[in-house]
Design a binder for this molecule. Structure first.
Ligand SMILES: [Zn+2]
Length: 145
C-alpha cells in the first residue's frame, strides 16, 4: 500500500467525521463574535464574568465586611472575628457570609445593558450589605421570580 493511498484513506475518514459532527444549520445559533467563534450569549457571558472578577477587588466590599464584624470570644481559638448578617442579624464565620448587592447587578445580554450593569456592580458602600449564605440564597431566589 502506498503512502499516498494511506493519506487518501485518512483524509476521507476525517471528511466523514467532520460531516457527522456538523449540526444542521437551522438549529445553530450564529457565531457573530470573536472571529466567528462565539455566539452573542457566549460573548456577553465572558464580558460579564470579566467585570465580576474585577469587582472582587472593589474597596467598598472589603469596607462592608470590616464594618459588619466584631471580636469573637467563643471557644474556637483561631477565630478572631465574627460577622453580622444584615438580614437575620445573627453572627457568622467569614466563610459563611457574602457581600450582597442590595440592587442586583442584573442581566448583561447586550450593549444596552452595559451602563446600568456597571453602575450597579461597582456600587459604593451604601448599596452593599453583608449577609449570611442562607439569607443570600433566599434573597437571590426571590429576585429570580
Ligand atoms: Zn442571615
Amino acid at each position: 500500500m502506498s503512502i499516498i493511498f494511506i493519506k487518501l484513506v485518512l483524509a476521507s475518514h476525517f471528511i466523514v467525521m467532520g460531516k457527522k459532527q456538523k449540526k444542521p444549520e437551522s438549529t445553530r445559533v450564529p457565531r457573530t463574535r470573536n472571529a466567528g467563534t462565539q455566539t452573542e450569549s457566549q460573548f456577553w457571558g465572558g464580558i460579564r464574568a470579566a467585570l465580576r472578577e474585577k469587582s472582587r477587588y472593589w474597596k467598598p466590599i472589603s469596607n462592608v465586611r470590616r464594618k459588619a464584624r466584631r471580636a469573637y470570644h467563643g471557644p474556637l481559638k483561631r477565630r478572631k472575628w465574627e460577622y453580622q448578617c444584615n438580614i437575620c442579624k445573627q453572627y457568622f464565620d467569614i466563610n459563611q457570609t457574602e457581600v450582597d448587592h442590595i440592587i442586583p447587578a442584573g442581566r448583561l445580554a447586550c450593549a444596552d445593558d452595559l451602563p446600568g450593569f456597571v453602575e450597579r456592580l461597582f456600587i459604593e458602600e451604601d448599596g452593599l450589605q453583608l449577609v449570611c449564605k442562607g439569607c443570600h440564597e433566599k434573597k437571590t431566589k426571590a429576585e429570580r421570580l
